[in-house]
Design a protein around this ligand. Structure first.
Ligand code: ATP
Length: 320
């Protein structure tokens, strides 16, 4: 392959720039021209394509967000939109495409692959909700961001003998709440994968108070409910003093962690190697610290497995 393209799609994640840089550098090392496709599939349809250069990727890898910008595109989910995208790909002489994004982006990637465009998916989403890979780019940074915030919130909660409830991202996957909860010594973690009723949760907080533990930290993934509603529930059923914080977009911004940078670099390299071997319709991921690849359809199909053992570890550490 002589000319490939790279795009970022769906939610941005810290580390996407490192993956773009890796795709560019690995491609150049293999004698390829690497084109940046701006604003995800939307930009692909609109022909927002330009050569990447050393200047465009230089001094960007420590920055969050994505230099290629990102977007969600409903037009790309129509036959007309995909056909337009394919005509742009042909017009620019692009022979293969690397897509960095979450499972929605991978579905789009597969649509292109099914129509004969060699495509490779790189997992980029802070939620870590893709079952075929142990980690997605951005997750580690988000966990670090949240862990740092937990300690700030704990300081002020402790000063007032209050319970702090921290809502984090994760509609279907509680990994951010779980990992940051363990990193930040949370007393209770509420995630969509584990059924803990709010009655039970409120009881535990009331019991903590009875045994003299006035400050607790509760992590709640958005898929397990809203922090404000949980706080209201606890207020109605106990005499615990409790406040909610919704962390929002600060989880997703900022410098990527070293782990995410290295992961992105490794995944980017494998993606380009696959295209160089004329292999498309694949997703790259990490299992037991080895980079590997699977078909896009398998990557999309594989359900994410929640780490129950890790969850139970927190239950033990919070209890004793
Ligand atoms: P995040 O995890 O951050 O939400 P994501 O990649 O899952 O990232 P989505 O909004 O689900 O984000 O998908 C991004 C884009 O991928 C969509 O806006 C759409 O353009 C494309 N896409 C999603 N599903 C499909 C599909 N079934 N067919 C074609 N394109 C799709």
């Amino acid at each position: 392959m002589k000319r490939i393209g790279v795009l970022t799609s769906g939610g941005d994640t810290p580390g996407m720039n490192c993956a773009i840089r890796s795709v560019f550098k690995t491609g150049v090392a293999m004698g390829m021209q690497v084109m940046g496709i701006y604003h995800g599939y939307k930009g692909l349809i609109e022909g927002k394509v330009d050569y990447l250069t050393h200047e465009s990727v230089e001094n960007k890898m420590h920055k969050g967000g994505t230099i290629l910008r990102t977007a969600r595109s409903s037009a790309f989910m129509t036959e007309e939109g995909i056909n337009k995208a394919i005509s742009v790909i042909k017009a620019y002489g692009i022979e293969g495409i690397v897509v960095i994004g979450g499972d929605g982006s991978f579905r789009g990637c597969m649509e292109l692959a099914n129509r004969g465009v060699p495509t490779i998916g790189i997992p980029g989403t802070i939620d870590n909700d893709m079952g075929y890979t142990d980690f997605t780019i951005g997750f580690d940074t988000a966990v670090n961001n949240v862990t740092n915030e937990i300690y700030k919130i704990r300081d002020t909660m402790r000063a007032h003998d209050r319970v702090g409830v921290i809502e984090v991202m994760g509609r279907n996957c509680g990994d951010i709440a779980l990992w940051a909860g363990i990193g930040g010594a949370a007393d209770l973690i509420l995630v969509p994968e584990v059924d803990i009723s709010w009655e039970e949760a409120a009881n535990r907080l009331a019991q903590n108070k009875l045994r003299g533990k006035l400050t607790s930290i509760v992590m709640i993934a958005e898929g397990a409910g809203k922090a404000e509603e949980f706080v209201e529930f606890v207020r109605q059923h106990t005499d615990v003093e409790i406040k909610a914080t919704v962390l929002g977009y600060i989880q997703r911004g900022g410098n990527p962690s070293a782990f995410d940078r290295v992961l992105a670099a490794r995944l980017g390299q494998r993606a380009v190697e696959l295209l160089n071997d004329e292999k498309g319709g694949r997703a790259v991921g990490i299992r037991h610290n080895s980079i590997y690849d699977v078909s896009l359809s398998k990557a999309i199909e594989m359900r994410d497995e929640f780490d129950k053992k890790l969850f139970e570890l927190n239950e033990i550490m919070a209890k004793f």
